[in-house]
Design a protein around this ligand. Structure first.
Ligand code: FPP
Length: 237
């Protein structure tokens, strides 16, 4: 592989294709998600080893509640299993975990697991892993706008004071830099309600590889593609 010029500080991934991977293997969709979790485990290690500082993954969208109940249950169980299996190792490796999304709809068991992984990894300095769970970019923006509107109504804020920075700070991702690179697996080329505000200047990388097959080699290909991009932010070089 050629020498890499630049590693993205923040990679965000739409982990797509677990169901199709399972179908091809003659397995259940839940088994596909389990394989997806193993791929996520690998990806966290590989991203951290490559020097990535923030890794955001779209693990459950607000739309995913509409899937068959057995699949939703399996995904919720996977969140709890993942927390149980991974927390200690992530803490040892210095990976801090943050959750973005609306937690109110999760069961107490899932909420407790999410609180546990966040608090037990809070001091991690190597990389921040952000799990988007019950996440919707549009809902995130609605919540932020409401929050600012209430401050205007109470006189705490003037409407003309609202700027891009203030909106960024009102999102779930307030403390997180915008993603430099957004990866989507499985051949789909859309954003699906993921980080729409934050993706304004992100580079996109689409691959036909299904998420459970997204290994180190595939991450390296995405990093290589990113290194070739010329980011101009609307300017002339
Ligand atoms: C999309 O594939 C994937 C999901 C909706 C779930 C992603 C979840 C994981 C990778 C599991 C590990 C993560 C955590 C934190 C539990 P799809 O089911 O839409 O695949 P398809 O389009 O081929 O049907």
């Amino acid at each position: 592989m050629s020498q890499r010029k630049e590693i993205p500080q923040h990679i965000a991934i739409i982990m797509d294709g677990n169901g199709r991977w399972a179908k091809r293997q003659g397995k259940s969709r839940s088994e596909g998600h389990f394989a997806g979790m193993n791929a996520l485990h690998e990806c966290v290690q590989n991203a951290a080893n490559s020097g990535v500082k923030y890794l955001t993954v779209y693990a459950f969208s607000t739309e995913n509640w509409g899937r068959p109940q057995a699949e939703v249950d399996a995904l919720m169980e996977l969140v709890c299993t993942g927390v149980e299996l991974e927390t200690e190792e992530l803490a040892k490796q210095g990976v801090r975990v943050l959750i973005i999304g609306d937690r109110s709809r999760f069961s107490d068991k899932v909420k407790a697991a999410l609180n546990r992984i966040e608090s037990n990894t809070a001091h991690g300095q190597t990389m921040t892993l952000i799990l988007a769970l019950n996440y919707s970019s549009r809902s995130e923006i609605v919540v932020a706008v409401r929050d600012l509107a209430e401050k205007v109504a109470s006189g705490e804020l003037k409407a003309e004071q609202i700027d891009e920075q203030m909106i960024s700070s009102a999102l779930y991702t307030a403390q997180i830099p915008d993603p430099d690179l957004i990866i989507r697996t499985s051949g789909e080329c859309r954003l699906s309600n993921f980080l729409m505000w934050q993706a304004s200047y992100s580079e996109f990388y689409f691959t036909d590889v299904l998420w459970p097959d997204f290994n180190k080699e595939e991450l390296d290909k995405a990093l290589e593609a990113y290194a070739q991009r010329d980011r101009r932010y609307g300017l002339v070089k």
